[in-house]
Structure formats: C-alpha cells, structure tokens
Design a binder for this molecule. Structure first.
Ligand SMILES: [Cu+2]
Length: 129
C-alpha cells in the first residue's frame, strides 16, 4: 500500500514536470493573446496603453452598441499607415498579429477622442535569431 502511494506520488511529480516543460514550450511557440476592450466611457480602450511582443495576437473587442474603428494615427496624418480596421460593429473583434516593433498611437476614426497606444517589443525568440 505504501509502495503504491509512493509510485503514485512519483507519477504525479513526473506529470507535473512534463506539464511545466510543455507550458514553457507553448509559451515560447505562441505568445499569449492580448485583448483590448472598446468601451463607451473613458478610457474607451482598456487597457489604454498596451505592451506586447512581436508575434502576439492583439484583438480589440467592441463591447458597445455603435461602430468604432482602430486606426493608426499615421493613416490620418499622411505618414505610414500601420493599420486601419475600418468599421467594427457591436460584438465584433479586430485582430492583428504581425506588427513590427515600435510605438503605435491609434484612435477611433468615428470618435477621435478615443485614443490608445500600442507598444510592440522585440520578443526574446526574435532577438536570438
Ligand atoms: Cu469610436
């Protein structure tokens, strides 16, 4: 009985270690997603300042009842336009996963008072290559 208990404990430990290794591997392979909520009230984008690493999928979810957009400031200032979602309807989501490193100020083209900042950092994996 004692022996069986010991074996079960060892098996549980092995499983735990395997799970931890797997988790580390999966974290490196696919960075966790970041979700930003589009809301009616200030700060409108939550979080308003978001930092991600390259390769992370970032999505904006419209939780309001009206149209919004996720528009890079460059699109309206005549500079390089990094992203522009176009109209995002209620309960719709807009996602990006291929932004190069940089600092991106963005706004809603329907309500320019809605402003957010997205910072994309080089991921550890990318900097090793
Ligand atoms: Cu808006």
């Amino acid at each position: 009985m004692n022996n069986l208990h010991w074996n079960l404990t060892k098996m549980a430990l092995v499983l735990l270690i395997v799970a931890m290794c797997l988790e580390t591997f999966l974290t490196i392979a696919a960075p966790p997603d970041l979700r930003i909520t589009i809301g009616t009230f200030s700060p409108h984008f939550s979080p308003k300042l978001a930092k991600i690493t390259t390769g992370t999928t970032i999505s904006w979810e419209n939780t309001t009842a009206i149209l919004h957009s996720i528009t890079h400031d460059g699109c309206t200032t005549g500079q390089r336009c990094a992203f522009d979602s176009g109209p995002i309807g209620p309960n719709q989501t807009f996602s990006i996963n291929d932004l190069p490193p940089g600092s991106y100020h963005y706004h809603c083209s329907f309500h320019p008072i809605m402003r957010g900042i997205l910072v994309v950092l080089e991921s550890d994996v990318a900097s090793e290559t």
